[in-house]
Design a protein around this ligand. Structure first.
Ligand code: GTP
Ligand code: MG
Ligand code: ZN
Length: 354
């Protein structure tokens, strides 16, 4: 089989490439991103590639920069030893995170064209349903399918504790599969294999130290990703994985290991929030008042039913989304104003010159 097919290349990607009408450009997939250089898989192997007219990309939407997982149109140079990224084919799914602060706030594509995202969280003591909720919102928004992976089951000897975590995970991850694994012991991995295979792309996200790279190595069947086994305080501290890497799996398909995201930033996650809290949104339709804020209104179906902690995090996420929308609108308005100013100026000059 064509190695690119194994990585997910298919007829509809071919159509997207053909539509560019550049017979010299060839298909490739971004495997890793360094400062100015990308590693891309051409089917014949992995080669370094630069991007066409860097300045042009930079002034464009930052979000359109090539990212790990992107299918790209590549031109080959130097007898095929190096490539140049000519275009990014329209993404089918994209995982984004919030970067920067204040006025510099923006979204960064973390990985694209993913089918399934393993949201990894450690059973150890790090387990935090609120964080899981946020990560799930991010995944729903990306267009990929989330799966919860509770890791390090070997460190959680207490069955009661395990049950509690499992129940809590099911509670926030409605309709999402939850699996318990130990990557070091090899327990529970069988249940993960159905998500892998020819043409499928998997990504792993989760806090630093939860065991994403250890799981990656276990699924690869070889030690490809660096893991600090001596790290005693294994749920905190430094980030071992520093970049995102797309790795081909021996049984077909590929996976993207990511560095731990310290805080899962939300971006344009309105739909994501709605999916995670589908039950609340559903209940809200039965509140007595249509604009019920579920705070202290009489006849509120939400307060009566939903766990207060869960309701609080629902509201917090909603506020966060609303805040980001306002900020985006502001930025959009400033942009329009700037453009109008330029147009008016040009018009004035034109009428003066006439
Ligand atoms: N006991 C046990 N330890 C594990 C397991 N999985 C990972 N670890 C340990 O947890 C620590 C962190 O594992 P990593 O795989 O590097 O974690 P990571 O999520 O990739 O972390 P970052 O790359 O920093 O985001 C290491 O010391 C691993 O040996 C497991 O299933 N059981
Ligand atoms: Mg890692
Ligand atoms: Zn209500």
């Amino acid at each position: 089989m064509n190695p690119l097919t194994s990585l997910g290349w298919n007829a509809s990607w071919q159509d997207a490439l053909s539509a560019l009408q550049k017979p010299d450009w060839t298909a490739a997939r971004v495997c890793a991103e360094h400062k100015e250089i990308y590693e891309v898989h051409t089917g014949a192997g992995v080669i370094p590639a630069r991007i066409r007219g860097a300045m042009q990309w930079r002034t464009d939407n930052n979000d359109q920069w090539p990212t790990v997982g992107d299918w790209i149109a590549l031109s080959l140079h130097d007898a095929g030893r190096v490539g140049r990224i000519e275009a990014v084919l329209p993404r089918r799914s994209v995982l984004r995170r919030k970067v920067g602060q204040g006025e510099m706030l923006g979204a960064q594509a973390v990985a694209s064209n993913i089918d399934t995202v393993f949201v990894v969280t450690s059973l150890n003591r790090d387990f935090n349903p609120r964080r899981l909720e946020r990560a799930l919102a991010l995944v729903w928004e990306s267009g990929a399918q989330p799966v919860v992976v509770l890791s390090k089951s070997d460190l959680c000897g207490d069955t009661e504790e395990r049950e509690r975590c499992l129940e809590a995970a099911h509670g926030v991850a409605l309709g999402v599969a939850v699996h318990i694994v130990s990557a070091t012991e090899g327990d529970g991995l069988d249940a993960l294999f159905p998500y892998l295979g020819e043409g499928r792309t998997l990504a792993l996200i989760g806090s630093s130290g939860v065991g994403k790279s250890t799981l990656t190595n276990a699924l690869l069947g070889e030690e490809r990703q660096l893991v600090h086994t001596v790290r005693a305080d294994d749920d905190r501290g430094r980030h071992t994985t520093t970049g995102r890497h797309l790795l081909a799996l021996p049984g077909g398909g590929c996976l993207i290991d990511t560095p731990g995201i310290r805080t899962v930033g939300l971006w344009d996650a309105d739909e994501g929030v709605a999916s995670v809290f589908a039950d609340i949104e559903e209940l809200a339709t039965t509140c007595r008042f249509r604009d019920c804020t579920h705070t202290n209104e009489p006849g509120c179906a939400v307060i009566a039913t939903v766990d207060p902690d869960r309701l609080a995090s629902y509201k917090k996420l909603q506020r966060e989304v609303a805040f980001q929308e306002r900020r985006e609108n502001k930025a959009a308005m400033a942009n329009t104003k700037r453009r109008w100013k330029a147009i008016t100026k040009a018009n004035r000059k034109a009428s003066r010159d006439r």
